[in-house]
Design a protein around this ligand. Structure first.
Ligand SMILES: [Mg+2]
Length: 227
């Protein structure tokens, strides 16, 4: 019997809590250039950001298809992120080395609010042995299903096809993250949760529902013994 351990990506696998805003700014500019439109500075500012209502409104003003724009921006943001990983501008945390040991002992997965294309790239680029990889779909509904919504965690669990005999005393698995939204989403999906301390979340209180608080991913070997 294996108990799935699912990992958040930004701030857990990849260094730093999130994608740099400049990556999205560049992605929006590249997409706008493809559409051959000339936005005002205000329109460009809104299109570089994630406010989906504003993006829809600005696309309507510029007479471009918002779904098409969004998908293209997401793709360019993925390409920009992958370039930063290849160049070493951004790296992975050293303690992710434990994932190969964990993969030998149980089911592991990657479930992130980040783009699915980037999640797949990260799994492949670092050769992690994830049994499932799930990131957000490049659509407006896909964006709104991010954590704390448990949608992508539940979707990943469903794809692992775990049956009830795979639960251990009612414990279905573990979600590992660096923010309260990870604990909220993991708990809502019926999982135990591990809140991992990183430099960027030192000042935050431990989320009330977190099952574990860890200083390093290497502690997961002991947690797995408990699960
Ligand atoms: Mg995170």
């Amino acid at each position: 019997m294996t108990i799935p351990i699912l990992f958040d990506m930004d701030g857990i696998i990849l260094e730093g809590p999130r994608t740099e805003p400049q990556v999205y700014a560049d992605a929006a500019d590249a997409a706008l250039s493809d559409f051959g439109v000339s936005p005002t500075p205000e329109q460009r500012r809104d299109l570089r950001r994630h406010g989906t209502d504003a993006v829809e409104r600005r696309c309507a003003e510029l007479e471009i298809d918002p779904d098409h724009f969004w998908k293209r921006k997401e793709r360019y943001a993925s390409e920009g992120t992958h370039e930063r990983l290849r160049s070493g501008e951004r790296g992975r945390y050293d303690d992710t080395g434990v994932l190969s040991d964990l993969a030998e002992r149980t089911t592991i997965g990657l479930v992130t609010n980040n783009r699915h294309q980037t999640a797949e790239f990260v799994a492949d680029y670092y050769d992690f042995a994830f049994d499932v990889v799930r990131g957000r779909d490049p659509t407006f509904p896909g964006y709104h299903r991010r954590k704390p919504d448990p949608y992508y965690i539940e979707d990943a669990l469903a794809s692992l096809d775990l049956n009830n005999s795979d639960t251990n005393n009612g414990r279905r698995g573990l979600y590992v993250g660096d923010f309260e939204k990870d604990v909220t989403a993991g708990t809502a999906a019926g999982l135990d949760t591990a809140f991992v301390r990183r430099e960027h979340n030192r000042g935050l209180e431990r989320p009330a529902d977190a099952t574990y608080e860890l200083e390093s991913l290497s502690e997961l070997l002991d947690v797995l013994d408990e699960l």
